[in-house]
Design a protein around this ligand. Structure first.
Ligand code: ADP
Ligand code: MG
Length: 363
């Protein structure tokens, strides 16, 4: 390592630390092609004083891909001297797939704008910085090590069969699951208090830390609706049909109350350890049935008190649904008792399954 005149620590390219093999597929594999890293000759540009978030990209080392959504790719990376702290720090870096369209690019810019204006909350993934002075745009976030809640819940099923209770085991209790829901509701209450609607709330967009803290993530579709409280979608892509409220499906209307609907579905995902909602139904069936008043059924191993909360989130009339504050306090009340609202020993693995791909749908 060497220090340049500005005191910024530079990595020698020959240092082993940076030569570690790339795990998984890595489209930015060729570290030296200058795609994400500035060449050695590049002079250090001063950070734009106008944007406190801007971070020099040569102080980032991108490692392996940790997740991929419809448009974005998220990488594990190491940043030097970031976030007011000296030294190396593991971070998550979100960027777009190489073939991203203009629309997707503007969605990432929008996501960044939303995150910059958010403030911090323990149950919302935190923005640390960004690199926007040239392409590709990089969004730097706190690294949430256990990844998405959806997968975490699915993996916990095996643990229940072959499980042990060693440290770090995913053996989950009813209380753990209720606590996950509570934390997501708290994060969402914070977002809605800031006038943000998420529009893609689902277990695939909640991340979990080693300390089992849940953090709402993926603001790719989030919009600041502080003025109007309602957002009308102008264009579409792949839609999270199974998480969408009827007014979003049929009238393109999104509000905190459509986020509440999605939260109800997320609660169902938690109770069923990451199952795909409406098992066995096609997207078309789901849309039709939801409009006719059909709702996700109560899983047998879920107590009525907990099911009632999700059911309340699925009121046909959006104004009759609770807000996140009310959901937080309902879940808090459940957490204050000793009752197991989710009887995991009765969880019927065989009757829920996970659909991986459905045409045109976001799952
Ligand atoms: P998309 O908009 O493409 O859906 P997401 O923001 O949901 O992108 O990220 C895609 C995946 O990347 C997530 O499902 C998760 O597995 C992983 N991921 C996203 N953000 C982080 C993070 N901060 N820390 C760790 N993994 C993350
Ligand atoms: Mg996502």
């Amino acid at each position: 390592m060497s220090k340049d005149s500005t005191g910024i620590v530079l990595q020698e390219p020959s240092l082993n630390l940076w030569d570690r093999p790339h795990v998984y597929s890595n489209r930015y594999e060729s570290w030296d092609n200058g795609h994400l890293q500035l060449s050695e000759e590049t002079t250090i540009t001063k950070e734009d004083p106008e944007d406190e978030w801007e971070f020099p990209r040569h102080r980032l080392r991108i490692f392996n891909i940790v997740g991929e959504g419809a448009f974005g790719q998220v990488w594990r990376a190491q940043a030097i001297d970031i976030d007011g702290k000296k030294g190396e720090q593991t971070v998550a870096v979100k960027t777009l797939k190489e073939n991203a369209s203009e629309k997707e690019k503007s969605d990432l810019v929008q996501e960044l704008i939303v995150m910059k204006n958010l403030g911090t909350h323990p149950n919302v993934v935190r923005l640390i910085g960004c690199c926007t002075e040239k392409e590709p745009t990089l969004v730097i976030m706190e690294f949430v090590s256990l990844g998405k809640l959806q997968q975490f819940l699915r993996d916990s099923r095996a643990e229940r069969h072959y499980g042990n209770t060693h440290a770090g085991s995913q053996f989950l209790t009813s209380r753990d699951l209720t606590h996950f829901a509570f934390q997501v509701a708290r994060g969402m209450d914070f977002l809605s208090s800031k006038g943000i609607i998420h529009r893609d709330l689902a277990a695939r967009n909640v991340l979990i830390t080693e300390e089992r803290m849940c953090k709402v993530a993926d603001f790719g579709f989030a919009r600041d609706v502080a003025g109007t409280h309602v957002y009308e979608r102008k264009s579409d892509g792949r839609l999270p049909i199974r998480w969408m409220a009827p007014e979003s499906l049929y009238d393109d209307i999104f509000s905190v109350k459509s986020d509440i609907w999605s939260f109800g579905v997320l609660l169902w995902e938690i109770v069923t350890l990451g199952s795909t909602p409406y098992p066995g139904l096609s997207a078309g069936d789901v849309m039709r049935k939801v409009r006719e008043g059909h709702r996700l059924e109560k899983p047998e191993h879920c107590r009525r008190e907990l099911y009632n909360i999700m059911y309340y989130c699925w009121e046909a009339e959006s104004s009759s649904r609770p807000d996140f504050k009310e959901v937080v306090s309902m879940l808090e009340r459940l957490l204050c008792t000793e009752t197991d609202y989710i009887e995991l020993e009765r969880f019927p693995d065989h009757s829920y399954y996970n659909v991986q791909h459905l045409d045109g749908e976001k799952l």
